[in-house]
Design a binder for this molecule. Sequence first.
Ligand code: MG
Length: 378
Amino acid sequence: MKKNSVKSYDSEKNLAPYALRSSDSQGRHYPEKEHELRSPFQRDRDRIIHSTAFRRLEYKTQVFVNHEGDHYRTRLTHTLEACQIARTLARALFLNEDLVEAVSLAHDIGHGPFGHAGEWALQEIMKNHGGFEHNVQALRIVEKLEDSYVEFPGLNLTFETREGLKKHPERFYKNPLDRFQTLEAEAADIGDEIAYSTHDLDDGLRSELLREQDLEGVALWDEALGYIHKKYGKINTSKKHRLATRLIVNCLVKDVIEDSAARIHKIKLCSIRDLQKKRNPVIAYSSPMKRRLAELKKFLHQRLYQHYRVVRMTDKGQRFLKALFQVYLQKPAQLPPHVAVRAKRDGVHRAICDYIAGMTDRFAQDEYKRFFEPYERV
Ligand code: MG
């Protein structure tokens, strides 16, 4: 791995000493001359945005499958919300916003169709064939599967962006503390959590699978409503729900910024080196806020993710995927040529798994129709 030539970029002028500068990057797997205008992390971000896997996020499920409605979050809009929150954290804490952006935008590109249910289906099938996990798949995509560059496979991202994608380091290292830690990756993780916890609540209310009265007793919600009531009195329900969601985002973001800044000061964090081998994240909520968020997440688990209509949506998706996998496996000659080539190289299970994981909900549904509906063209 070649170290970058030392160069300072405008976007990195005001960074804290514990932020990661491009000049400290461990570089790319395939050495490249860096760009004269964009920092290496800006360039990572741009490669991610231009990747096929990123564009597919538009038609992949967050909670509600795509055809259920046009106003629900998709994997793409979730990614944008997560990224936007993480960038706010980064800017307030003087971290490298470009690196945060690159990690955030790529954090979910390993998801298959139909959200977590799709992942469980692939996990079950791949149990004895090397497994499947969306974080591992994200790395596989950026290191191997993206196929647009002449000089290298994948996107040839910097070491730090790739390390940032190893959210569950135990899946990548024998000792999870061997992961190269950056505050930028921590900010991206928290941005993801704040985004899904709040927008899933918003989508749950929008879909009327969640009702306002069910939320009574959830502290974050009660406080937001109390504030709204005091400030505005009685207002339109949908505006009230949107405002409550925004207030909760704001409350979580402010808590993380204040608590993390205090922690950085307390542990006298001065460099990236100080950060390595630390067990607990530095970018984190205060303990009371952590408990309140856990309460909201528990509520969403019980009332939204386990709602019979959500279970129906996702279970239907799982059924499609398993059926498709079996069809391909029984007669691999039905696989398109680019997948057949990979089956020779990586084994038939892995090639089918990569193929299905890459599908959007929509493509998987169309493919299912092509195989199972007699009058559908193949
Ligand atoms: Mg996510």
